[in-house]
Design a protein around this ligand. Structure first.
Ligand code: GAL
Length: 665
């Protein structure tokens, strides 16, 4: 982050947890706006994101601009004490632009050009798109750059949501420039990409293409570099818009909404976070509460523990899954407070008023089709009140934990490339199993990027840390040598930054530190498991592990097949620290069984009394109003909090099903 500026507010204003939504008044007749204001006040809404998809309305033709409606919306919000997070409106180009300039449309790996008619149909590297988009940004900055009602700038929207990978000629040109900057010479690229293989040697950068549909597996490092490049190309767009905003509207902080959720992995948000004033995230529930909490913790990790902005989530059903069910009673409030527990200082939704037409008319909103006399709106009003009750948490940082889960986009991209020992590995799934194991034991954890200073952690868990450049290898070694406890899983340390294998046996870069050596991987088939000495099983992966150092203890062994009796989980003592290796996927159950030994060895205690283990997740935040603790009911039953005491700002001392308690200590 540049310097962590939060929503602009008068000096005298007490910081609060902001509450609101994407607001699309341009979809509604004028009289509805007054009704909106009345309902926003009832719900305690204080911030709305405006003009996200309004380009075609703001600029109906190349030289025609219409700001009158937006002037009125911003003034109306301001007059009613509702801040505007003003979007730069560049997310979706209008049809006149794509008609006049079809060369802005993205091209797939198969060579198909995507058409207008949906949204976000633009090439991140198109100079024509960039020119038109920046013109809109300039116009908006010029007109609203010092409007007292604008509290933040919202660059574009979910950059890359539908256009992250573009294989067009523009992309090819920009990819070459990016590669030349990265490698300096074509010889260096040839070495990094291993082009001695399959006659892929390049004579010059001009010969290089994006990894378009090829006759066989495209070069893996080319694919990895294209993933890095594509993330950077979107980040460049973010920076280009931000620079205009910083220049023309210096007092207003700039953000953009990330998509840290589930398997979405096209952007290295750790790097993006450095380009904005505060981190914003959009999160939609696709699995379960632990996925939500893990995403929120990772969002906090990229925000370096500082408050972040939950820009979008849903009050109830979405419209983009095969079957879309409403949230159950209590879930909307619990989901919201779980984000706050992990550092969110704003709780916003897509969107304020449910659309009557268009692709998202069946997506829930704060004001549903049914109107204000509805379960959803009553819950919205209730949530607005709760956020006020717990307002003292606003501005506070999320308390760091003793345990960190290391998260690395290079390893995510690299470990799931094609032509690998197995295509069944899921980087994020493995990381989340460790998260759930910890939460089940009442242990708080951070999820941090690899450039984070690790020295304050007792345990660092590295799930599938596939890519380990030398610099990271050295930092992990010194973490262990200075008393830290490292836990690395299978398929870690295998390659360097260029996806070139560390030779001499796996896990390559971490082999000496872990005191083990593996000659061959032995992935498991779908449905296949391998028994372990503690009665559990491994899945996805197994390995014949050789112990290479006297100070290695075997914590678990394989108990069948040709691996029978061989080490499955090892722990090497290194002074006061240790380095453990887990050579198979233990799943949540297995992780939970193994963790007590690892936690005990590192002196990490549970943050919750035993009766709450498994049922409750806990986090805390500390700021000028003291340490405030969150206790989140992960079950559908009531949970008495027993020995937990303090000033209950919300909920407790018996947690409602799916309820949350917020307690000042
Ligand atoms: C997001 C997007 C919103 C809305 C929402 C629906 O991806 O930013 O505009 O489409 O999803 O869940």
């Amino acid at each position: 982050m540049q310097n962590h500026r939060w929503l602009r507010a008068p000096e005298s204003a007490k910081r609060r947890i902001s509450f609101g939504a994407d607001y699309n008044p341009d979809q509604w007749p004028r009289e509805v706006w007054d009704e909106d204001v009345r309902l926003m006040k009832r719900a305690n809404v204080d911030v709305v994101s405006v003009a996200i998809f309004s380009w075609a309305r703001l600029q109906p033709a190349p030289d025609v601009w219409d700001f009158a409606w937006l002037d009125e919306v911003i003034d109306l919000m301001h007059a009613n004490g509702i801040g505007v997070d003003l979007a730069t409106a560049t997310a979706s180009p209008p049809p006149w632009l794509t008609t006049a300039h079809p060369e802005v449309l993205p091209v797939t790996a198969e060579g198909h050009t995507l058409a207008q008619g949906g949204r976000q149909h633009w090439r991140p590297t198109s100079p024509v798109f960039r020119e038109h988009a920046l013109r809109v940004v300039e116009k908006l900055a010029e007109r609203y750059g010092s409007h007292p009602g604008v509290v933040a700038w919202h660059v574009n929207n979910e950059l890359g949501c539908h256009n992250a990978f573009d294989y067009s000629d523009d992309a090819a040109r920009a990819f070459r420039v990016w590669l030349e900057a990265r490698y300096g010479s074509i010889d260096a690229l040839n070495h990094a990409w291993g082009t001695a293989f399959w006659s892929q040697r390049y004579g010059s950068f001009a010969e290089i293409l994006p990894p378009r549909l090829a006759a066989a597996f495209p070069n893996p490092t080319q694919q990895l570099d294209f993933a890095r490049f594509s993330s950077d190309a979107l980040k460049d767009h973010l920076v280009a818009e931000r620079e205009i905003l910083n220049r023309m509207s210096a007092d207003i902080p700039v953000t953009t909404n990330f998509m840290i959720v589930g398997e979405t992995n096209f952007a290295d948000y750790g790097a993006w976070a450095r380009e904005i004033d505060f981190v914003s995230n959009d999160h939609y529930v696709t699995q379960d509460l632990d996925e939500l909490a893990f995403s929120a913790a990772l969002t906090s990790g990229v925000a370096r523990g500082r408050p972040w902005f939950l820009m979008e989530h849903s009050t109830s059903a979405v419209n983009w899954q095969p079957v879309n069910r409403p949230k159950r009673s209590g879930e909307m409030i619990r989901d919201s407070l779980t984000h706050v527990a992990h550092g969110a200082d704003a709780v916003c939704f897509f969107q304020w008023r449910q659309s009557a037409a268009g692709a998202e008319k069946y997506h829930s909103a704060m004001v549903p089709h049914a109107g204000e006399d509805s379960r959803i709106f009553r819950d919205v009003v209730r949530l607005g009140g709760i956020l006020e009750d717990i307002g003292d948490v606003a501005g506070s940082d999320r308390d760091p934990a003793d345990v960190a889960i290391l998260f690395d986009w290079d390893s995510w991209w690299g470990s799931q490339l094609d032509s690998h020992p197995t295509e069944r590995l899921r980087y994020r799934r493995e990381a989340q199993d460790w998260w759930t194991g910890l939460v089940d034991l009442g242990v708080r954890a951070d999820v941090v990027t690899t450039d984070t200073d690790l020295s304050s952690y007792r345990i660092v868990i590295a799930p599938m840390l596939y890519s380990v450049p030398d610099e990271l290898r050295l930092r992990l070694s010194s973490f262990v040598e200075t008393g830290g406890h490292l836990v690395a899983t299978y398929f870690s340390g295998v390659v360097d930054h260029d996806d070139r294998v560390w030779l001499g046996g796996y896990p390559g870069a971490l082999r000496e530190l872990l005191g083990v050596r593996i000659e061959e991987f032995r992935p498991l088939y779908e449905g296949e498991t391998i028994p372990l000495s503690d009665g559990g099983t491994g899945s996805l992966w197994s390995e014949p592990v050789d112990v290479t150092s006297d100070d290695v203890d075997v914590l678990l062994r394989y108990a069948a097949d040709e691996l029978d009796g061989l080490p499955a989980v090892t722990r090497r003592s290194v002074g006061a620290g240790s380095a453990s290796y887990v050579s198979t996927s233990l799943g949540i159950e297995g992780v939970r069984r193994l963790l007590p030994a690892l936690l005990g060895g590192a002196d990490v205690a549970s943050d919750l009394p035993e009766p709450l283990h498994g049922k409750v997740e806990t986090t805390s935040r500390t700021g000028e109003h003291g340490r405030i603790r969150f206790l989140i009911n992960r079950t559908d039953d009531e949970v008495p909090l027993g020995s937990i005491t303090g000033e209950f700002l919300h909920g407790g001392p018996v947690l409602e099903p799916r309820g949350v308690a917020v307690v000042r200590e």
